[in-house]
Design a protein around this ligand. Structure first.
Ligand SMILES: Nc1ncnc2c1ncn2[C@@H]1O[C@H](COP(=O)(O)OP(=O)(O)OP(=O)(O)O)[C@@H](O)[C@H]1O
Ligand SMILES: [Mg+2]
Length: 370
């Protein structure tokens, strides 16, 4: 029976006695449900691999507890934790055929030959390699995606309680990655093994995970479904990391209102869409944020519009994306605005006006986003 996997106040400090200790995980606490496909998402160096390795017992933690159900795993040696892991480099044995690659761990456990054959055949069918198993080449005779399937089969063949996947698709080309996303979801749902999938690719995390955690410099910034994170980001970092968010430099004029820099536009934000820390003074520098679909282009100026120049117009199927430039004081970056259809009078290099859709903008502390 599958149980909750719970992280409770995990801290990991590498080289604690050196001049430059690295605090790689900071009070990480969350819980994963039985059978869940959970994504751990964050930029390079944020602590993803460290958390996976700690889960597998390959890395000690400085403080905190990792619980499987009520059982504290922290003191259990790696080989007793029933965990399968797939590494970014597939780490297959080139001198063995694929059957032996998958069977290896079972042989080490001195399983009966008949049972090994049954399990390997079954797991290779699950990952879609039945035909390849008949030929049974060395992994070097397989494509990248097929090698990745062998690596997944090798992790699944023990029937683990938990499966850990560390950027398993990173070495595949874009098309294969998209295909393997769906495959991993299919395999995970078929086995129902509690799985953590690590990636730094937000699109991949949103496509694969039942829920995701955004990790930033060792801190869990937010946990939720991709929809929750997209519609309700808890801070500017998450807003910028999950989907596109346009940020406007502004200064606070009321508890939920801000004046956009270099304009006379004051934006009133719904209280529930304000992410400001408590007690911020009037005049504080903040961001007004809006998703591309929360802005619109209009041809006439008003007291609610901001002047802009259209850079690029792209038809993306469902929407038409307008990339526009504003006064540098408002934002040095290009803004992206998604309109439901082409504006017949607007061309690239034209001057236009943009405005926020009613009730849509967010307010964020002006903080670093990377
Ligand atoms: N053995 C180690 N000794 C010292 N510092 C380490 C060690 N392993 C990792 N770190 C540091 O801990 C932090 C987290 O590293 P980690 O490998 O977990 O990041 P990551 O999120 O997996 O990044 P990536 O996406 O690049 O794989 C980094 O600052 C890294 O330099
Ligand atoms: Mg890593």
């Amino acid at each position: 029976m599958s149980l909750n996997l719970t992280y409770s106040k995990i801290n990991k400090i590498f080289e604690p006695d050196s001049k430059n200790p690295v605090h790689a995980l900071k009070d990480v606490s969350f819980s994963i449900e039985p059978g869940e496909l959970f994504c751990l998402l964050g930029p390079s160096g944020c602590g993803k691999t460290t958390l996976l390795r700690a889960t597998a017992g390959l890395e000690t933690i400085t403080s905190g507890h990792i619980l499987y159900g009520d059982m504290d795993m922290t003191s259990i040696p790696p080989f007793r934790r029933n965990i399968g892991m797939v590494f970014q480099s597939f780490a297959l044995y080139p001198h063995m055929n694929i059957f032996e690659n998958v069977a290896y761990g079972l042989r080490v456990r001195k399983m009966e030959e008949k049972e090994i054959k049954r399990r390997v055949t079954e797991v290779m069918e699950l990952v879609g390699l039945t035909e390849e198993l008949k030929r049974n080449p060395s992994p070097t005779g397989l494509s990248g995606g097929q090698q990745q399937r062998v690596a997944i089969a090798r992790a699944l063949v023990y029937d683990p309680d938990i499966l850990l996947l560390d950027e398993p698709l990173a070495n595949l080309d874009a098309k294969l990655r998209r295909y393997m996303r769906a495959e991993i979801r299919r395999i995970q749902k078929a086995t129902n093994i509690t799985t953590i999938f690590v990636t730094h690719d937000q699109e991949e995390a949103m496509a694969i995970g039942d829920r995701l955690a955004v990790l930033h410099k060792g801190v869990v910034e937010q946990i939720g479904t991709s929809d929750e994170l997209y519609t309700n980001p808890s801070n500017a970092f998450v807003a910028n990391f999950i989907g596109k968010m346009n940020f406007f430099n502004a200064s606070l004029v009321g508890s939920h209102s801000a004046k956009i820099d270099a304009t006379d536009v004051t934006v009133e934000v719904r209280p529930e869409r304000s992410r400001l820390e408590a007690g911020l003074k009037k005049g504080s520098e903040v961001f007004v944020g809006a998703r591309p679909e929360q802005l619109e282009i209009v041809e006439e100026a008003s007291d609610q519009t901001i002047a802009a120049t259209v850079q690029i117009i792209q038809h993306l199927g469902q929407v038409v994306r307008y990339e526009v430039l504003l006064d540098k004081a408002i934002s040095p970056a290009t803004m992206e605005i998604d309109m439901p259809h082409y504006l017949s009078n607007v061309r690239e290099q034209d001057s236009v006006f943009i405005r926020f859709k009613e009730g849509m903008p967010f307010l964020f502390n002006r903080e670093e986003q990377n």
